[in-house]
Design a protein around this ligand. Structure first.
Ligand code: PLP
Length: 354
């Protein structure tokens, strides 16, 4: 039977909007898409023309980057778009549910609410380092569970859950998709769950160019999944999810000569992460800094709101999670440049001395 039986029955045979560019036909005179014959400005992009729904050069570059086959990649408007489309594809409103962790990235719950899917959370505790007990996660799964979402490394805790992923996929075969959000995996010390794709059709992996590849403004993310699921997501997606300048920016950022600079920057962020962690741990206001596999640190403070305010007054904006359940007293600090991080530590230390 397979996981395909868990797709919403009304979408299983969905035929996509037949946009002009979907057929892949080309001709010197293009009068098929109601475009303007003249560009709006001399921008070098031919923006008067619609883009390809899935530009083949981008797909090939992403497949190469992530070590998967071209038909295992769907590129979209950030990984947020893929999250939304997968929830829509699998969950019948008012009936099906999604299982995930808490605390975690907020978009899964938002996508669930938009689709009318129940969102079930396994609460993790910072006291034991946000450790995951897979049996407790599986205990939340029932026959209406369609997605089990694991963010690894997890935002905002920095915890990786890769040792449990293959066992989860095996236990949930033919029942639910294990969706692994790897937005931060470049900063982690372990390999991607994409190596499991060929063995488990119910694993899908989200990758993004927004973090390690420094392209948050371009909005390009990738879903790595079984070819039938990639095709289905393409069928239900908006006709032209990838703006031409974003595709150009992504291809430029993925050129062979950019591999080494990206590797060096990721290495620098990881070194800075450990340096900042050691420095923050010494501050009297800081109760705990969790180890992180991401480009950020989760910090528990004695008085998070005061610290947050004083940092802001000192010109440093961090993320205040202190009122979220399970994150009491916590701030999330992104690792910036060496100078950014020095200022963070200086203001924090000075602020506390004041
Ligand atoms: C930043 C982030 C993303 C990236 O989303 P994009 O839409 O690709 O920018 C995805 N998942 C998590 C957990 C994130 O923190």
């Amino acid at each position: 039977m397979g996981l395909i039986a868990r797709i919403r029955p009304d979408l299983a045979a969905f035929s996509p909007y037949a946009s002009a560019r979907r057929g892949g036909l080309e001709a010197p005179v293009r009068l098929d898409a109601n475009e303007s014959p003249w560009p709006a400005a001399d921008d070098g992009f031919d923006l008067n023309r619609y883009p390809a729904p899935q530009p083949s050069a981008l797909r090939a570059a992403l497949a190469d980057l992530y070590g998967v086959a071209g038909d295992q990649v769907w590129a979209g408007r950030g990984s947020d778009e893929a999250i939304d489309l997968l929830v829509r594809a699998f969950c019948r409103a008012g009936r099906d549910n999604i299982v995930s962790l808490a605390p975690t990235f907020g978009m899964y719950q938002i996508a669930a609410r938009l689709q009318g899917a129940e969102y079930r959370m396994l609460n993790l505790s910072g006291d034991d380092g946000f450790a995951l007990d897979p049996e407790r996660l599986l205990a939340l799964v029932d026959d209406n569970t369609r997605l089990v979402v694991v963010c690894s490394p997890n935002n905002p805790t920095g915890t990786s859950y890769h040792p449990w992923l293959e066992a989860l996929a095996t236990r949930l075969a033919d029942q639910a998709l294990v969706l692994v959000d790897e937005a931060y995996i470049e900063f982690a010390g372990h390999e991607s769950a994409s190596v499991l794709l060929d063995r488990h059709e119910n694993i899908a992996v989200l990758r993004t160019l927004s973090k390690a590849h420094a392209l948050a403004g371009a909005r390009v993310g990738a879903l790595l999944a079984a070819p039938w699921l990639v095709q289905l997501v393409g069928n239900i997606a908006a006709p032209y999810p990838l703006p031409t300048p974003s595709v150009a920016a992504a291809l430029a950022a993925l050129a062979p000569d950019k591999k080494e600079p990206v590797r060096e920057r990721v290495a620098a962020i990881k070194r800075e992460r450990e340096r900042v962690r050691a420095q923050l741990e010494r501050l009297p206001d800081v109760l705990r800094v969790w180890p992180s596999q991401g480009n950020f640190l989760l910090v528990r403070c004695r008085e998070a709101e005061t610290t947050f305010r004083r940092l802001l007054d000192g010109g440093v904006l961090v993320r205040d999670f202190s009122t979220r359940p399970g994150l009491e007293g916590c701030l999330r600090v992104t690792i910036g440049s060496g100078a950014d991080n020095d200022r963070l530590v200086d203001v924090w230390a000075g602020a506390m001395a004041a």
